[in-house]
Ligand binder design. Sequence first.
Ligand code: ADP
Ligand code: MG
Length: 289
Amino acid sequence: MKDPLAVRRRLEAVDYLADDGMAMAVFLALELGKPLLLEGEPGVGKTAAAKALARALDTTLIRLQCYEGLTPGEALYEWNYQRQLLAIRLAEARHASLTDADLFAVEFLQERPILRAVRHPGPVPPVLLIDEIDRADDEFEALLFEFLGESGITIPELGTFTATTPPVVVLTSNRSRDLHDALRRRCLYHWIEFPEPGRATEIVRRAVPGATERLIGTATAFVGDVRALGLDKAPGMAEAIDWVAALSVLGAADLAADDVVRTIGAIAKTPDDRAAVAAALAAHQERPA
Ligand SMILES: Nc1ncnc2c1ncn2[C@@H]1O[C@H](COP(=O)(O)OP(=O)(O)O)[C@@H](O)[C@H]1O
Ligand SMILES: [Mg+2]
């Protein structure tokens, strides 16, 4: 992709609508071969961006979902103990013996997402999504430094594996905690804002093609307003899409009908939020159309 505009068009062709900042960030990440760290509130399209990028590049998406307690064995690689044991038994049966080098060989290595990305045969580099890195324990980040800086992994028993076709790496964070400076330094950075009304409407339109224009416009604008209420869980684009899909299934043409309030579980996810959104909806319904 020759410039940010080309990135934008290719993403749009797979139904991901990027703004200028996002298109530039992706362009530079591809051009410089650097990991891209995307931060933003839940539901602003961070995960979707990585998935769309894989589709736009017509390549494999390798995904590592982070969580508390994520171990190196789940993220990088693991030794396949069962196969090693089996090999030992077989050797014993043949009265042969195995050395450490026999047992800690590539054939006994179990690839996890990061090693899989490093060893990807190409020719097109895969997209590696390291999703919600802020959920992993902060020591986990340190494990990524070598990989992020050099597209390589050192396995003590085997040496260093360096990617022949370095993966396109996208990390995301919901900012539930701050990340190490050392991690940030190895990445390009982009903060994703909730899309402005025009783009939000277009995103919903593409996701719920059956909904009427009026429903899409009013519901998406309402979700935008609701985000300003300071809720516990501000609705993201996923919620806006779910809500419009729900209303559309129920045959609603806009937000005027009484029973619309029964669908707000799609955008309000706690009792307090539900009350706040119901009040906002009532006020909205009282406004002259
Ligand atoms: N710019 C965008 N273009 C297309 N769809 C989007 C965009 N932003 C968000 N979405 C939609 O919103 C949903 C939620 O986004 P997601 O990537 O899961 O958010 P995050 O990972 O930031 O929490 C996605 O499934 C996608 O359908
Ligand atoms: Mg996500």
